[in-house]
Ligand binder design. Sequence first.
Ligand code: C5P
Length: 209
Amino acid sequence: MNAPKIIAIDGPAAAGKGTLAKRVAAHLGYDHLDTGSLYRAVASKTLRLGLSPEDAAQSFTVADLDATDLRSEKVAQQASVVAVVPAVRAALLAFQRDFARKPPGGTGAVLDGRDVGTVVCPWPDTLKFFVTASIDARAKRRYDELRARGESPMYASVFAEMAERDKRDSQRSAAPLKPADDAILLDTSDLSADDVFQAALAAIQGKTR
Ligand code: C5P
């Protein structure tokens, strides 16, 4: 199968884009980049080292992705704060584009995030998905995820934090969260991870050339 070489999967938190991106990448033998982890790495540096968002982004290296706090809710919130700063976004752009055009394995790349289809890889030959779900479905998924990790979150706080992050990500002026004009929309509220994967695969096969 001669699938598109760059696949962009954007959407809000806990919509299922990370799970889908990993599965699509494994299926096609492509490399996967979770672009949110770059913003989380910058956020983690601002919190741990007291750097400004600009300095943390300009000194970003792949080693920063090994920080142990990247998956915490505190870092997630701070990531959406640093992500508003245009200089932070600009500093991370080249890394993401290089990964897309020259993936380590040399075959193809799947990138997931908020602006991959609109800003990072807006090109016509990028196959773009926008994966979304109701805020209730997403907050419930994140709540279950945190409990599975052994945490004891309050559902109301998980919901409120998600709503706050959605608002900041969608209303910022630099690269706001929104579907690219040519993105394929997938609403995962009532779909299993398998259903979502099958729907994406059908679209990828439709784009086979
Ligand atoms: O996807 P994840 O929850 O790890 O992203 C953390 C934060 O990083 C998001 O809330 C968003 O503010 C920011 N982000 C972004 N652009 C991306 C990926 C993530 O602004 N491409």
